[in-house]
Design a protein around this ligand. Structure first.
Ligand SMILES: NC(=O)c1ccc[n+]([C@@H]2O[C@H](COP(=O)([O-])OP(=O)(O)OC[C@H]3O[C@@H](n4cnc5c(N)ncnc54)[C@H](O)[C@@H]3O)[C@@H](O)[C@H]2O)c1
Length: 480
């Protein structure tokens, strides 16, 4: 049973004892050439400088109300090992982010008992780089208060860094999750390619964070199902069909089913490959049950829950570091900036609507992997080339009397610009996913959304400015 904490309790985190798992804020604060961090940038996190060391107090807050048990899907092939009378407790790591926020609300609405774990570092990246979401986003505390007042449902909140095992252990012991959905990573390929510091941070944050989650499950909740967000980018762009996680091959007359080859194309994507390997290994060695959701590029902003109130509004990134292709094009069209196609524009990837992200996660939780099983689902619904997206946005823009132009900009990435791409994505459909495909009406509404907030667009953030080839060891600072 989760502890019922009506007030905050503070945990002292022994940062002096950490070396490789130091928090990024600590490392940056000890790196004078980079940025001066204001502690107010990280709500609910205090950083106190003592000599050359830092001490951080992280506040673990959790309040829960009992809720009805979630309805389970019709798939009878998987059984929960959890007591059916109890509602399932789902820990959403990274629940203040783009996918995580929408998912936390969706699961709460569906009757799951939800707690968010987040260091709020994504908000700090914006402060560091001078970026902002197109949409104004409320603090996590106001978001959760608003949700409670609208629905009567409480979502627990644990603010801290999952690279800190003491913090994560306390959160696990207090909340006792039946499933953990892990979105809590640095998720931008360009961010990981800014300089050495960001490359190292990305891999430490993501790989060590995930390792800690695996150890926490082993130590405190052996039966807990890990639902981990991977990315389709782990596979790269091979000249053969992409399977869902595994490929059966015959070599020199012998046949085996092996993990599908990975060809990551940034330090960020590589961190996801390392995560997948660590998870697969612990499933085998410790009997952990895990689902790796290799997600495509997410677009859209509204879900049934986030549109209930403006305080629940999700973030919408359009800048060259965190913005994703279709979202960026819609904002560019709305403000009259030419659509920025990188190179030849034949780069093809899987895409999905954020409403399908939340549903896929729900399906994965409701149909858990078996103990020891490392399951991989390719989580996207349609594939498009960048040129196809540009042409769809141009057509949709014409209907709204927007004069949409496209330019080719030098590709800052190292990637194939014309290639074969055919990725399988049937497993989530088999579990019951009914995709929201990219229709004219959806594009209209996305464009209208971008138009509604176009006054908030900072033109300086639109062009890409991180080059894969120019990455170096020198810390990159950001001009005012
Ligand atoms: N957005 C996409 O298009 C997309 C596509 C494929 C895969 N994914 C994957 O989905 C996940 C979520 O992506 P998103 O777009 O919501 O990202 P996001 O940056 O909006 O959210 C990530 C959240 O995790 C938190 N976080 C990061 N490191 C943490 C740590 N060490 N401890 C605690 N919290 C931490 C951040 O503060 C943030 O709130 C990522 O793992 C990403 O790789 C996203």
């Amino acid at each position: 049973m989760a502890h019922l904490l009506s007030t905050s309790c503070s945990l002292k985190l022994p940062y002096g004892q950490r070396s490789s798992t130091q928090s990024f804020s600590q490392r940056l604060t000890t790196c004078p050439a980079l940025f001066t961090l204001q502690s107010s940038m990280i709500p609910s996190t205090r950083i106190v400088v003592r000599g050359s060391r830092l001490q951080k107090k992280s506040f673990v807050c959790a309040t829960f109300v009992s809720q009805e048990a979630p309805s389970q899907t019709s798939s009878g092939s998987h059984q929960f090992s959890f007591e059916p009378s109890k509602s399932q407790r789902v820990m959403v790591i990274g629940g203040d982010g783009y996918c995580g926020w929408a998912t936390a609300l969706h699961l709460s609405k569906r009757g799951y008992e939800v707690a968010i774990v987040d260091s709020l570092i994504r908000r700090m990246f914006d402060h560091q780089l001078g970026l902002d979401s197109l949409t104004p986003i409320s603090s996590i505390h106001n978001r959760l208060r608003c949700w409670k007042s609208l629905t009567g449902k409480t979502i627990g909140l644990y603010i801290g860094d999952i690279c800190d095992f003491e913090f994560l252990s306390e959160a696990f012991k207090s909340f006792e999750p039946d499933a953990v959905v892990h979105f809590g990573e640095q998720r931008s390929a360009p961010y990981s390619m800014i300089d050495r510091t960001r490359a190292v941070f990305t891999q430490q944050n993501n790989v060590i964070g995930t390792l800690n989650v695996l150890f926490a499950i082993k130590e405190f909740r052996e039966q807990c199902h890990l639902v981990k967000l991977g990315t389709m980018g782990e596979y790269g762009t091979p000249n053969i069909d992409i399977e869902e996680g595994y490929i059966t091959m015959t070599h020199n007359g012998r046949t085996d089913t092996l993990p599908y080859p990975k060809q990551a194309s940034s330090f960020y994507h590589l961190s996801k490959v390392h995560d997948s390997n660590n998870i697969a290994f612990t499933c085998k060695a410790w009997g952990i049950r895990a689902t790796d959701l290799n997600q495509g590029v997410v677009y859209g902003v509204r879900t049934d829950e986030t549109e209930m109130h403006e305080e629940l509004c999700n973030r919408f990134d359009y800048d060259g570091v965190f913005g994703t292709a279709l979202n960026r094009f819609c904002v560019q069209a709305a403000v009259g900036h030419p659509l920025t196609v990188y190179g030849k524009g034949g780069q093809t990837r899987g895409y999905l609507d954020i409403r399908d992200t939340v549903r896929c996660v729900e399906l994965a939780i409701a149909n858990p992997a078996q103990p020891g099983e490392f399951r991989v689902f390719n989580q996207f619904t349609e594939q498009f080339s960048v040129n196809e997206l540009a042409s769809l946005v141009t057509k949709a823009g014409e209907k709204l009397a927007l004069d949409v132009k496209t330019i080719s900009v030098p590709n800052p990435r190292v990637e194939a610009e014309e290639h074969y791409y055919n990725a399988k994505h049937t497993k989530l459909i088999e579990l019951g996913l009914e995709p929201h495909l990219l229709s004219d009406s959806l594009l209209d509404s996305l464009l209208n959304f971008a138009i509604q907030f176009k006054g908030r667009v900072d033109f300086k953030q639109i062009m890409p400015n991180v080059s894969w080839k120019k990455i170096g060891v020198k810390p990159k600072t950001v001009a005012a």
